[in-house]
Write a protein that binds this ligand. Structure first.
Ligand code: PLP
Length: 398
C-alpha cells in the first residue's frame, strides 16, 4: 500500500513539467532548433564566469573531506555571515547569521516555512493570483490549505479589498512573489506599505500575527530603475524565501535560504520551528560545495547579466503586441503573461503545439484565460517562433 495523496502528486505531473517533457520528445523528432520551448523557467544565461572559476578553485584547493562534509543544519557559519553582510551592504539592514537558514532552493525554503507555520488542518495560506502553482502542493504537504485571491486583473497588483475579505482567524500567512512568476509585475514600496498596514490591522483583529511570506527567487531580475522593496523593513512578521536558481542560474544545484526579520515576534520559536520542519523533511543540510560557492558570490557581489533577458523581453513583447496580442510589459523575472486570444488559455496552449510552440496555460497560475511565455531562451528561438505566434493569433482571433 502507498499513500494515495503521494501517488496522486507523483502521477499528476505539473502542467509545466508535462509540456517540458513533450518538448523533449518532439525535439528528438524534429530537431532541437525547430522546437520553440517557452515552457520552463530554466535560465538561459549561464552562471557568472567568476562563480564557475570560484567553484573550480574550491574543488582544486580545499580539503575534500571538509568541502564535501556535512555542514550544520542551518548552513555553515561562513556562508550565513557572507550572505548577511551582503544584504546589509545592499539594503542597509542589520542581519547576522542568526537570521538565515540555508536551504535546497526556494521550494525547500517554502515547504519548511509553511510546515513550520501550519498549526492545524484548518490553517490557511493566501496566495495572490497569478501564483506559482507549487504553492498548492507546498501548503497541502504542510497539512494546511492554499486560498487564492484574485488580483486586480488589469495590472496584476494586489486587490486589497478582496485580500481583506479573505483573511480570517485560520489565516497564518500571505504569500507574495515579486518580481512575479508569471506576470513579471514588481510590487512598489507603496504597495508593500499598504499590505503591511492591512496585515497589522488584521493580525490585531484575529489575535495572532499573520506572517508575510515573500518568495523572492527573481529579486535581482529587475529591469526597472526602482529597487525591489525589502519586506522586513515594512513588516515585522516577515519571512523571505530566496533562491539562487534564477539570479545565479543554479536551478539544478538547489541552493537558497529562509530569512527571518529581526523584529519578528517570537523570533526563536519561528526559527526553531523552521529548523524542525526542515529536519523532518530530510534536508540534512544544503549542498556543502554550493554553500561555499554562494558565500564567495556574496563576498564578490555577483549579479546576473540581465542584458540578454532584456533583449528577449523587448523582442517578444514588441513582436507579439504587433500581431495584436495583449499583455503588460513585464518589469522583472523572465516571463510574459499574455491574454489568450479567444479567451481560453488551455485551448490556445494546446493549439500552439501544432506550431511546435510550447507555452503554459494560465490555468495553473489561477488565471485560465492567460498564457505564460518563459523568455529565458535564445534570441533566435524568439525570432524564429514569431511567425508561428502570428498564425496562431490569426486562427484564434477570428
Ligand atoms: N517560487 C517561484 C515563484 C518560482 O518561480 C520558483 C521556480 O521556478 C520557485 C519558487 C522554486 O525555486 P527553486 O528552484 O529555488 O526551488
Amino acid at each position: 500500500m502507498v499513500s494515495k495523496d503521494m501517488l496522486n502528486l507523483g502521477r499528476v505531473r505539473s502542467a509545466i513539467r508535462e509540456l517540458f517533457e513533450f518538448g523533449r520528445k518532439r525535439a528528438a523528432i524534429v530537431g532541437e532548433a525547430n522546437i520553440y520551448d517557452f515552457s520552463i523557467g530554466n535560465p538561459s544565461v549561464p552562471p557568472p564566469e567568476k562563480l564557475t572559476s570560484e567553484m573550480v578553485r574550491l574543488l582544486n584547493t580545499s580539503d575534500p573531506s571538509a568541502l564535501h562534509g556535512y555542514t550544520s543544519a542551518p548552513g555553515a557559519n561562513e556562508t550565513r555571515d557572507a550572505i548577511a553582510d551582503n544584504l546589509n551592504r545592499r539594503y542597509g539592514t542589520n542581519f547576522s547569521r542568526r537570521n538565515l537558514y540555508i536551504t535546497c532552493g526556494a521550494a525547500a525554503a517554502l515547504t519548511s516555512v509553511l510546515r513550520a507555520l501550519t498549526v492545524d488542518r484548518d490553517t490557511e495560506f493566501i496566495a495572490i493570483a497569478p501564483y506559482f502553482p507549487e504553492y498548492g502542493c507546498f501548503a497541502a504537504t504542510a497539512g494546511g490549505k492554499l486560498v487564492v485571491v484574485e488580483p486586480d486583473m488589469e495590472h496584476f497588483q494586489i486587490d486589497f479589498s478582496a485580500l481583506a475579505a479573505t483573511i480570517n482567524t485560520h489565516t497564518q500567512g500571505v504569500i507574495i512573489n515579486s518580481p512575479n512568476n508569471p506576470s513579471g509585475v514588481i510590487y512598489s514600496a507603496e504597495t508593500i506599505r499598504t499590505l503591511a498596514d492591512l496585515l497589522r490591522q488584521k493580525s490585531a483583529e484575529v489575535g495572532h500575527p499573520i506572517y508575510l511570506i515573500s518568495d523572492e527567487p527573481y529579486r535581482e531580475l529587475n529591469y526597472t530603475d526602482s529597487p525591489v522593496p525589502f519586506v522586513t523593513d515594512a513588516y515585522d512578521a516577515s519571512i523571505v524565501s530566496y533562491s539562487y536558481s534564477k539570479s545565479l542560474s543554479l536551478p539544478g544545484d538547489r541552493i537558497g535560504y529562509v530569512l527571518i526579520g529581526n523584529d519578528m515576534p517570537d523570533f526563536d520559536d519561528i526559527y526553531d520551528a523552521i529548523s524542525g520542519s526542515a529536519r523532518i523533511q530530510g534536508y540534512v543540510c544544503a549542498p556543502s560545495l554550493l554553500q561555499k560557492a554562494i558565500a564567495r558570490a556574496a563576498e564578490l557581489d555577483l549579479m546576473p547579466d540581465l542584458s540578454s533577458y532584456k533583449k528577449n523581453r523587448d523582442a517578444l513583447y514588441e513582436g507579439l503586441t504587433a500581431f495584436g496580442y495583449r499583455c503588460m510589459p513585464p518589469d522583472g523575472a523572465f516571463y510574459l503573461f499574455l491574454e489568450a486570444p479567444g479567451g481560453d488559455g488551455d485551448a490556445f496552449a494546446e493549439a500552439a503545439k501544432d506550431e511546435d510552440i510550447l507555452i503554459v496555460s494560465g490555468r495553473s497560475f489561477g488565471c485560465p484565460s492567460y498564457l505564460r511565455v518563459a523568455y529565458c531562451v535564445s534570441y533566435e528561438t524568439i525570432i524564429n517562433a514569431l511567425p508561428g505566434f502570428g498564425r496562431l493569433y490569426q486562427r484564434f482571433s477570428k
